[in-house]
Ligand binder design. Structure first.
Ligand SMILES: [Fe+2]
Length: 206
């Protein structure tokens, strides 16, 4: 306890967006995605097709993802430019398989989509605030964890969740401890429009 009257405010914050796009996903699309040809990835399986949102069968899902990206760009980032999906792929984590820590190169915002039921117990997505090797480990005591000091944050995905996050954020997926496969889709994005200023010679048209 202290006699000091004090306040603590966040200076900056890292957004994580969760939207429900169940309205855009049909049973036929679920079957279509589950039946895509898969090839071995690091530990899990990844679709051979790495532009799955370009397939006409998935148009309604692509449109709903675009709608969410438009909201994220205008309401969260507050920018007039447009985010658009670059690569998009499906993933299967079979029992006892997770996904090691990684971030997404050459992308601004990345996303995950959980298009069908998730097995129980669920495997979470874990975000790590550190992007590089840490020489000093400031580990908060269990009962003192808060938004300022936590090193990791957990997201428990649910069916129809569309999750958006900064592509540079380190994240991993817990090992699938159930006896069923865990299905998901992932994608990257880039930006279209004009950045900078003509007179400042910082103009860049994308
Ligand atoms: Fe990822």
């Amino acid at each position: 306890m202290t006699d000091i009257n004090y306040e603590v405010h966040p200076l900056f914050a890292e957004p994580f967006f969760r939207g429900d796009i169940g309205f855009a996903i049909s049973d036929e699309q679920i079957e279509y995605i589950k039946n895509l040809k898969m090839v071995p990835n690091h530990q899990n399986l990844i679709s051979e097709n790495l532009y799955i949102f370009e397939e006409p069968e998935l148009k309604s899902i692509k449109d709903a993802v675009q709608e969410a990206l438009d909201v994220f760009a205008s309401e969260v980032m507050g920018i007039p430019q447009r985010l658009y999906v670059t690569q998009s792929w499906s993933l299967i984590n079979n029992p006892n398989i997770g996904m090691h820590g990684h971030s997404h190169s050459n992308s601004i915002i990345s996303g995950s989509l959980y298009y069908t039921d998730l097995p129980a117990p669920g495997s979470n997505m874990i975000f790590d605030r550190h992007r590089a090797y840490q020489q000093l480990q400031f580990t908060p005591q269990n009962d003192k964890q808060n938004i300022f000091n936590t090193t990791m944050n957990v997201v428990t995905p649910q069916r129809n969740d569309l999750i958006l996050f900064s592509s540079g954020l380190q994240h991993f997926v817990e090992t699938n401890m159930s006896s069923e496969p865990r299905y998901s889709i992932a994608f990257n994005t880039f930006i279209k429009g004009k950045l900078g200023d003509y007179r400042d010679v910082s103009e860049l048209t994308l």
